[in-house]
Design a protein around this ligand. Structure first.
Ligand SMILES: Nc1ncnc2c1ncn2[C@@H]1O[C@H](COP(=O)(O)OP(=O)(O)OP(=O)(O)O)[C@@H](O)[C@H]1O
Length: 650
């Protein structure tokens, strides 16, 4: 469809209003009828014609004269430099196109042929547009207008070949305000009750995707929050902090660069040398892997001398298989002398901004003093379910967690915990350990019980001297279920006996299902947040492309490239989207309007948009589809003249 250009005077001459009194305008269709469907001045002296069906032929002649066609000189805004080689801004395709016939519901100037005046209602079937019926992926020269125009290079369109033969309905337009005007396509998307299968036969055009809940158009700007369109503020802040923590570097600390690891940053919150967990002091660092570029948490066991390489290979072989949401995955184990001693290093997944359960719930042992808080029962059950989940996979893999203590369990998200030091004792005590896996697994259960008892009584494990008294004290704060579960875990077994862990898992199944439900709800909520950002990701790409075109200036020897031809309309569109002002000249800053316009541009809708130059001298009425074509053409021109193309721009 060719771009139709009107000057402001063309349109002004059409305006019906009481101001026109005294002039004979009966042959001219009132512009209020054209734009709004009726004229409220009709009975108050407006002299224009208000009956669309009675448009005289003189009107048609008049407008056809006014309408620009392929013979018209190309539009160049006053005062703008002319691009040298360009004869016409109409493409060859535009030259053979039918004269402009507005079909939009909102702006229907109806200035063209009399024959088309009756079809001024949006009629998708009449549009030479993507038609899913019998679409052949291999045939790029199909009758599909989209392919010819190069508007859609969307792999999703290939999905249409998968569907059954479909009625030649128009596109579903999720941005249309009134879906009842969608004719046939509306019927396919809003099936009658009982006609469910028929309603789903049309695969949607995925270019037109829209948020799960469309934006509320009727809200006033002050009722609308910017955050309606983006992820919640707290979530954004949390994620940004995590990114910042991941990228943080401390270059002058004098930490060495290891063979494949650089940019080491200490994670320990104190300088105390503590050997209680592994028999050697240990230190934590964040580091970046020079091969993958990813960040890892390195645990250094200071002063450990490896005597048997099998210790590492065996541990790696066994622990590499363990993938569990409540266990920090170990990726590599190696030795180094870069710290000036012989150190053993374990490379784990890095979980930014983690704190150990001890730091989290016993803050006096963290960087700042805070009195230990009472931990609600549901949080404790959450921990029990998660540690159970971790131990179940470890034990069923014939391994033992071994290092199960408050300072080796980390909390990264709210109440989400992970065992952070698995596999270390398997390497460090490879040659000295004399106990069987079964014994170590039984010990895991007791350690598990001690961790829970510490948390439930707000007592550090070293101060848990009287286990029975601590268990008894639980009765006043928590349910007997919790007390019994902890008592079962912590109870010792005689030599050669074992407590069946599966019995414990069955016993806490109610809490497990409750926790599972919470996890699913959390997943649902995160997906809906992700859906909002999905929209924004595509808008960001569109904006980046638009910004590369507008205000560019010259291109490849073409003076004022960005001000002429297609680019001029794109610039006016930019103004329409971002620089609108109200009647008092004050900025209109509606994020909804911006997102709506950009989405429509991305989808290349047939909806009309009126673009006006800042001096009001030039007015363009064109469809988003045409704008989209201009946008693609302009960007492709840029890509053609660039050295490396635009990788990732699609
Ligand atoms: N995989 C990980 N990703 C990110 N941070 C971690 C990871 N593992 C541990 N940390 C953090 O590193 C810091 C130090 O951990 P560490 O296990 O050394 O605790 P600690 O309290 O210093 O124990 P210890 O006194 O036994 O050394 C803690 O703040 C912990 O949250």
């Amino acid at each position: 469809m060719a771009t139709t250009r009107y000057t402001a005077n063309d349109l002004r001459r059409q305006v019906g209003s009481p101001r026109s009194k005294g002039r004979e305008n009966k042959d001219t269709l009132c512009r209020n009828v054209v734009i709004y469907g009726n004229c409220r001045y009709e009975d108050q002296g407006c002299t224009f014609n208000h009956d669309q069906n009675k448009m005289s032929s003189s009107q048609t002649d008049l407008t056809s004269k006014k309408t620009f066609n392929v013979d018209s000189p190309s539009f160049t805004p006053a005062g703008q430099p002319q691009p040298p080689a360009k004869k016409s801004t109409f493409s060859s395709q535009a030259a053979s196109a039918a004269p402009f016939t507005p079909r939009g519901a909102n702006v229907t100037p109806n200035l063209q042929h009399q024959a088309t005046t009756e079809t001024s209602i949006f009629n998708p079937a009449a549009i030479r547009e993507f038609t899913p019926q019998n679409y052949d992926i291999g045939n790029t020269n199909s009758a599909n207008g989209a392919a010819q125009d190069g508007v859609y290079s969307d792999p999703f369109t290939s999905m249409n070949s998968l569907g059954p033969a479909l009625p030649p309905a128009g596109q579903f337009n999720p941005y249309a305000n009134d879906h009842s005007t969608m004719g046939g396509s509306g019927a396919t998307f809003y099936p009658q009750h009982g006609s469910f299968p028929a309603g789903l036969t049309q695969p949607p055009n995925y270019h037109l995707y829209t948020p799960y809940d469309s934006y509320r158009q009727d809200l006033q700007p002050w009722q609308r929050s910017t955050y309606d369109f983006f992820m919640p503020e707290k979530m954004r802040e949390h994620m940004q902090k995590k990114m910042y923590a991941t990228q943080q570097v401390m270059p002058n600390l004098g930490l060495p660069q290891l063979e494949r690891w650089h940019s080491l940053v200490p994670l320990d919150t104190n300088n105390r040398k503590n050997s209680s967990s592994f028999g050697y002091p240990s230190w934590m660092y964040k580091a970046q892997n020079s091969r993958t570029g990813r960040h890892y948490a390195l645990r250094r066991i200071e002063g450990y001398r490896l005597t048997n390489d099998k210790a590492i290979t065996t541990a790696m072989k066994e622990w590499k298989k363990i993938k569990n949401a409540n266990i920090v995955t170990v990726h590599d184990i190696f030795t180094t002398r870069e710290f000036g001693d012989s150190s053993l290093i374990f490379a784990y997944d890095y979980h930014p901004l983690s704190a150990t359960l001890q730091e989290h719930h016993f803050p006096s042992h963290g960087p700042r003093f805070r009195a230990p808080n009472f931990i609600p029962e549901n949080v404790l059950w959450g921990y029990i379910c998660q540690i159970t989940n971790a131990l179940r996979i470890i034990h069923s893999s014939k391994l033992a967690a071994r290092c199960l203590e408050l300072s080796k369990i980390i909390v990264a998200e709210k109440d989400r915990i992970r065992l952070a030091a698995c596999s270390i004792l398997d390497v460090v005590q490879f040659e000295t350990n004399t106990r069987s896996v079964l014994e170590l697994q039984q010990e895991d259960l007791i350690k598990f019980g001690r961790v829970m008892l510490s948390l439930a009584t707000n007592t550090l494990p070293v101060h848990l001297n009287n286990i029975q008294a601590a268990l008894d004290s639980l009765g006043t704060k928590y349910t007997s279920n919790l007390k019994e579960a902890i008592a079962w875990l912590i109870s010792p077994v005689g030599p050669g006996e074992s407590k069946p862990f599966d019995n414990f898992i069955t016993g806490i199944s109610t809490q497990m299902t409750a926790f599972f439900d919470l996890a699913l709800q959390d997943g649902d909520e995160k997906e809906s947040m992700l859906a909002r950002e999905l929209e924004n990701g595509r808008v960001a790409r569109l904006l980046m492309k638009l910004a590369t075109i507008t205000e560019r200036g010259d291109l490849a020897g073409m003076q004022g490239w960005s001000e002429a031809g297609d680019r001029y309309q794109l610039k006016l569109f930019r103004d329409y989207v971002f620089h609108q002002v109200d009647a008092d000249g004050k900025p209109r800053l509606s994020i909804g309007h911006i997102l709506n316009c950009l989405n429509k541009l991305d989808a290349g809708l047939e909806e009309m948009v009126v673009l006006t130059s800042r001096d009001n001298d030039n007015v363009f009425v064109l469809t988003y589809r045409e704008l989209r074509q201009m946008f693609e053409r302009s960007f492709n021109e840029l890509v053609k003249h660039s050295k490396h193309g635009a990788p990732g721009a699609n």
